[in-house]
Unconditional design. Structure first.
Length: 139
């Protein structure tokens, strides 16, 4: 069995945002040479997420609005985590809801997606460089 590892670096200039990272993950799969196996894609930060869904702007707007209702950023004083001087407790909660990672099957050298599925990076406390791990195992 072969394995491949690469880190993708992202910098979201705003506090929150969603980025389709499917092209980068696909490039990793090509570089790996693996034809049958699994791809793990995970955020290496506790205030961001990796998830699979549709690449549709209205849906991304709905995610943003829904997450802000679940865990509003302000007032920052509503969260005990922010007592330490942080202002990102809401980002930790949003990450918990959206998830840490995605796993995709590799079949015949391609990401084995359902219709419309794409891999996204979700940022909830941006404005600095962050990493996503791509780990591929298989033959």
């Amino acid at each position: 069995m072969k394995s491949y590892r690469k880190e993708i670096f992202l910098h979201i200039p705003e506090r929150r945002g969603f980025v389709n990272i499917t092209p980068e993950v696909t490039q990793c799969l090509i570089e790996s040479g693996i034809k049958e196996g699994l791809v793990l894609v995970n955020s290496m930060h506790i205030t961001s997420s990796v998830f699979i869904n549709d690449d549709e702007a209205g849906l991304h707007h709905d995610f943003e609005a829904w997450l802000e209702r679940l865990a509003p950023h302000a007032p920052v004083g509503q969260y005990r985590h922010n007592d330490t001087g942080e202002d990102n407790a809401d980002a930790h909660l949003k990450r918990q809801v959206m998830g840490r990672e995605a796993v995709v099957a590799v079949t015949h050298g391609k990401l084995d997606f359902g219709t419309w599925e794409q891999i996204f990076y979700g940022e909830f406390d941006g404005r600095r460089r962050k990493r996503v791990l791509v780990k591929i195992i298989g033959e």
